[in-house]
Design a protein around this ligand. Structure first.
Ligand code: ZN
Length: 207
């Protein structure tokens, strides 16, 4: 991953036309998560599910379900709040509390961190690194969180395609219209020659 959060191959034998799939702000709903994972499986794709600790605490079995189906858990802070507005010790606790609850449930800690709203600073990046995680925002926003996209799977797809580039780090959310868009989106990406990077192949030190 480079400093713009774009996924780059480590050597020339690795295809450059890859995308990273990510789903933020869960876990919320068993049916939505299962549908996302069914579609990912159909396309032999792995994704990072960036979870909030407060949601994990309410529904730990959903976290376990994602892990048990071999998808990847990422840390999206305990609360969905702007960590830059907190003291560095409060922000750090937002990170480490999620590491702990995820470890308690699935037996391992997340290796990827994405701050809510993409909002962070150097102190936060240091805290994330200390936890052995790779800090990332995204390079391709589906805008599925924006009201212009509400109930519009076609717009989710169009927004991703409009911003598509090799190594796209695609931000999506656990939302019904994204669930509805995913199969067609992945099919279109494959038709354009893209494959889906396995997050576990990403080096944890950014380049
Ligand atoms: Zn978020």
């Amino acid at each position: 991953m480079n400093s713009s959060y774009v996924i780059k191959p480590n050597d020339e034998s690795t295809p450059a036309k890859v995308v990273l799939l990510t789903f933020d702000d869960g876990p919320k709903d068993e049916k939505m998560i299962n549908s996302l994972m069914d579609t990912l499986d159909k396309h032999h794709a792995k994704a990072i599910f960036f979870v909030n600790g407060n949601r994990v605490k309410r529904q730990p079995k959903l976290l376990k379900m994602i892990h048990d189906r071999d998808q990847i858990i990422g840390n999206h802070a305990w609360d969905h709040e702007d960590l830059q507005k907190m003291s560095s010790s409060e922000a750090k606790k937002q990170v480490t509390d999620v590491q702990q609850i995820v470890k308690d449930i699935i037996g391992e800690k997340p290796q990827f961190f994405r701050p809510p709203f993409g909002s962070g600073n150097e102190a936060l990046k240091d805290a994330v690194k200390e936890e052995g995680m790779l800090y990332m925002t995204w390079s391709n926003g589906s805008l599925d969180w924006d009201k212009s996209t509400k109930n519009r799977p076609d717009k989710v797809i169009q927004n991703v395609l409009d911003q598509l580039h090799p190594g796209s780090n695609i931000l999506m959310h656990e939302l019904p219209w994204t669930v509805d868009a995913l199969d067609e989106l992945l099919t279109l990406l494959e038709k354009k020659g893209y494959s889906f990077v396995d997050p576990r192949a990403i080096e944890l030190q950014s380049r």
